[in-house]
Design a binder for this molecule. Structure first.
Ligand SMILES: C[S@@+](CC[C@H](N)C(=O)[O-])C[C@H]1O[C@@H](n2cnc3c(N)ncnc32)[C@H](O)[C@@H]1O
Length: 209
């Protein structure tokens, strides 16, 4: 599926996405706290695939500058209308384009790496656009570790227009992709019920604090 069609999918479901209640508030809040612990008040932070902006709005007051991006104009429109959005610079941009404004001290990618067309290429680009001590803070669905019967539903759900095109990686493949792009993993945890959706913090391999 083309990038254009992917973007249309997210534009179309943006209102529904914004209206859905958070399934596990405690897990989300714990993830926000863990993320905040990696950010410094002087940091320039980029978020790719920011969706309707809740994470960016919560984290922005803790850093010097927070650029939140998404390729869906509809997602960004909803984000910009939220209270607290003034603290964030929102921009409509594909994940690759968003990196043009680098280097960043932290790059957040929550529930988006499995959605991009060329994940290895994007990881290499993220690596290139992080400051030497910068961190990539991510949460990624690793669908090839999900039960086969669940995965068998994906094409059907896609046919009905309610599921996006995804790259089906396992957790081990995701870890390897990060290493291949020149990262080392400094933290890996699961917030919530799904080990197939790990939270991984990585920095440039060989960085000496
Ligand atoms: C599952 S939502 C996650 C939103 C938010 N990060 C969260 O965790 O709730 C995925 C978001 O990534 C965006 N997205 C998907 N592919 C993208 C790409 N190639 N570049 C930028 N944004 C993308 C979608 O528009 C959507 O808002």
């Amino acid at each position: 599926m083309s990038q254009h069609k992917n973007r249309r999918f997210w534009d179309r479901i943006a209102q529904r996405y914004a209206a859905r209640p958070l399934k596990d508030v405690a897990a989300y809040e714990a993830m926000l706290a863990a993320t905040a612990s990696h950010l410094r008040p002087t940091d320039r932070v980029l978020e790719i695939g920011c969706g309707t902006g809740g994470t960016a709005i919560t984290l922005a007051p803790k850093v010097a500058h927070f650029l939140a991006t998404d390729f869906s104009a509809e997602m960004v429109r909803i984000a910009q209308a939220k209270p607290g959005a003034d603290a964030v610079t929102f921009r409509v941009a594909d994940a690759r384009q968003a990196l043009d404004d680098g280097p960043f001290d932290a790059i957040c990618a929550f529930n988006v790496l499995h959605l991009v067309e060329d994940m290895p290429g994007l990881l290499a680009c993220i690596h290139e656009n992080l400051s030497p001590d910068g961190v990539l803070i991510s949460k990624t669905w690793c669908f090839s570790d999900v039960k086969l019967w669940v995965r068998a539903l994906f094409p059907v759900l896609r046919l009905f227009g309610v599921f996006p095109v995804v790259t089906q990686l396992g957790v081990a493949q995701l870890q390897q992709a990060l290493l291949d792009a020149g990262f080392e993993i400094i933290e890996q945890r699961v917030f919530g019920a799904y080990p197939q959706n790990p939270y991984i913090v990585a920095r440039k391999a060989g960085y000496l604090a």
